[in-house]
Design a binder for this molecule. Structure first.
Ligand code: F6R
Length: 588
């Protein structure tokens, strides 16, 4: 979602424009639909553009120079995708960028309009600008103005502001939307994630809710609370993992990340020894997550119940807090989030913390991310930065952590876990076959994914992946539910992808395949070397290596990711930046 970058150049006169644009390019992976920058040079100068940062770059001339500036990628919430609504939003002498949503913007806008303030955009952000302006007119310093305005806003916000008459200072404030301050050798930075700042910073400070920071070119950085009392915040070194993320030989980050999976899984297994006492005294497990991470949670529910014998429920984090759930004592609460910044998941953790004494465990891919910091224990997936908007390697790495916990009392399965990376390599070797099969799907406007047991969440995940990047309408169902409704969708056009590993539910899934074959002809079966003989020769097949049944969800995810990828390539969509999607979903 929206991305923020702010820079104070080390020396007066250092032009920050090129670095602002580079920062915005590094934020592109988050998903956005317009971009802009503003610098203090000859007054405040601003350039904005709809679409890619490349469009913005094309509009910038050598005449735009400034030694302090802010930049933003906007993912539209309030107001259409237009240049007028793109950030920075500015007046003659103040410019701001904002991530999040101001929930009381309508009433604030009304008050400001009755006082004569004229609005030039449809954004909720513009109320922040005019409120700051109003505070300055009353004689407040920028710092005081930020603190006063902070208290007037409801909702979620990360705001960075610059003031023409304080041309060595950036101010920023955070409430439930990530903001990170970076310290370089000479320059200072503020960004919505460490990735925006990575190659320039040696240390970062993660701002907390309620923090205001004043960054001054020569006086340094000071953090305050909303009462303007100075507070201390810890500095962290920047990990090299964030630096220089390139596609290398691959045409898309998504393909690179799919192919990274054997290593991501290997590293995740190596780095996450599980302390078996973690589960002592636990009577229930609650798993909170959204999207793909929710699907990982659904698989974990099967594992936790079958192998740990602990009743488990998995909840969509965006729904959880609104039904006032009762959390039983001795519940162990997991949150699963690649970014660690998903607002709904974070809010669900906060609900648990305010309504119970239960321990919270975060499974996250981003070091020091919000869910990690909000939880008692963190397990980091070692997938490395995931740049493609569609989650692939982070998902299978999440499954590895959840499997390691589920099987921690089972030495045989823990040993088998170590074979997964090699089996994934074998599955990736099937990419050319999958690419051919993807043609069946890319020609269709609909697709159905079916699986039973642990393959049901993987069917949902396969369908999600396909719709996200190819825009083909796809639905996943539990194969046994077919005849309770979805079978009405079957005709001789719609591709139906069955996940059918050999094992306990093989025969039952086979019957469901027969039911579909009796009504349609576009069946694609993903199975293994033990199962393949059971299918008629004219059924399209992807034959994976045979894997220990418990781990099939991990291996079967790979051909589904590849199907989505190749179908999207064949349709010519923007694979790493699919329309309307964001990598970190930081609003409700
Ligand atoms: C799908 C996808 C999304 C995310 C969801 C949660 O490819 O990426 O469905 O899984 O937005 O994001 P995280 O895991 O960052 O909490």
């Amino acid at each position: 979602m929206c991305g923020i970058v702010g820079i104070i150049g080390g020396e007066k006169g250092t032009n920050v424009v090129p670095e602002l644009i580079r920062g915005l390019e590094r934020l592109e992976y988050r998903g956005y639909d317009s971009a802009g920058i503003a610098v203090i040079g000859n007054g405040i100068e601003r350039i904005r553009s709809v679409g890619k940062v490349a469009n913005l770059r094309g509009k910038i001339t050598d005449a735009m120079v400034g030694d302090l500036g802010i930049g933003h990628t906007r993912w539209a919430t309030h107001g259409k995708v237009t240049e007028d609504n793109a950030h920075p939003i500015m007046s003659k002498d103040v410019a701001i960028i904002h991530n999040g949503i101001i929930e009381n913007f309508k009433s604030l806008r009304f008050i400001l309009q009755t006082e004569g303030y004229v609005f030039e955009s449809e954004t909720d952000t513009e109320v922040i600008l005019h409120l700051l302006q109003r505070e300055l007119l009353k004689g407040s310093s920028p710092r005081q103005a930020m603190s006063n305005v902070f208290k007037m806003l409801d909702g979620t916000f990360a705001v960075v502001a610059m003031f023409l008459h304080f041309s060595d200072t950036l101010l920023a404030m955070r409430h439930k939307s990530s903001l990170i301050v970076g310290l370089g050798k000479e320059s200072m930075y503020v960004g919505s994630d460490a990735g925006a700042l990575s190659d320039s910073c040696e240390e970062v400070v993660y701002m907390e809710d309620g923090d205001i920071v004043e960054m001054h070119r020569t006086d340094g950085i000071v953090f305050f609370n909303t009462e303007l009392e100075e507070i201390k915040r810890r500095r962290h070194g920047v990990t090299s993992a964030l630096v220089n993320i390139e596609k290398g030989e691959y045409p898309h980050f998504m393909l690179k990340e799919i192919k990274d999976q054997p290593n991501a899984i290997r590293n995740t297994i190596l780095h996450n020894g599980i302390d078996k006492t973690l589960l002592d005294g636990i009577s229930n497990i609650l798993i909170l997550a959204c999207g793909t991470s929710y699907h990982a949670g659904m698989v974990a529910k099967y594992w936790f119940e079958k192998y740990l014998k602990i009743p488990s429920i998995v909840e969509i984090a965006s729904e959880f807090r609104y039904r006032s759930p009762v959390i039983q004592e001795h519940t162990l609460v997991f949150s699963i989030s690649q970014s660690g910044e998903t607002l709904d998941t974070l809010a669900a953790i906060e609900y648990v913390r305010s309504n119970s004494n239960c321990s919270t465990i975060a499974v996250a891919n981003v070091k020091n991310s919000a869910t990690a910091r909000a939880s008692d224990i963190v397990f980091y997936t070692q997938a490395g930065v995931e740049m493609g908007v569609a989650s692939t390697k982070a998902f299978t790495a999440q499954l590895i952590i959840l499997a390691s916990i589920s099987f921690c009392h089972n030495d045989f399965l823990m040993d088998k876990l170590k074979e997964i990376p090699t089996l994934c390599e074998d599955a990736l070797d099937l990419a050319p076959e999958v690419e051919k099969i993807a043609h069946i799907i890319s020609k269709s406007n609909n697709a159905i994914y079916l699986g039973r047991g642990m393959m049901y969440p993987i069917a949902l995940e396969g369908a999600l992946k396909l719709k996200e990047i190819s825009y083909i309408h796809a639905e996943g169902f539990a194969a046994g539910e077919m005849k309770h409704g979805p079978i009405a969708l079957i005709d001789d056009q719609v591709p139906v992808i069955f996940l059918c590993p050999s094992g306990e539910l093989f025969e039952k899934t086979l019957s469901n395949i027969q039911e579909v074959l009796a009504r349609g002809k576009n069946v694609i079966v993903i199975t293994d070397s033990n199962g393949e003989m059971a299918f008629p020769p004219d059924v399209a097949k992807i034959v994976l290596p045979t894997i220990q049944a418990e781990f099939a969800p991990i291996l079967y995810s790979i051909p589904l990711q590849l199907i989505a990828y190749y179908a999207a390539v064949q349709r010519g969509t923007d694979i790493d930046r699919p329309r309307n999607l964001a990598k970190s979903v930081t609003v409700e």
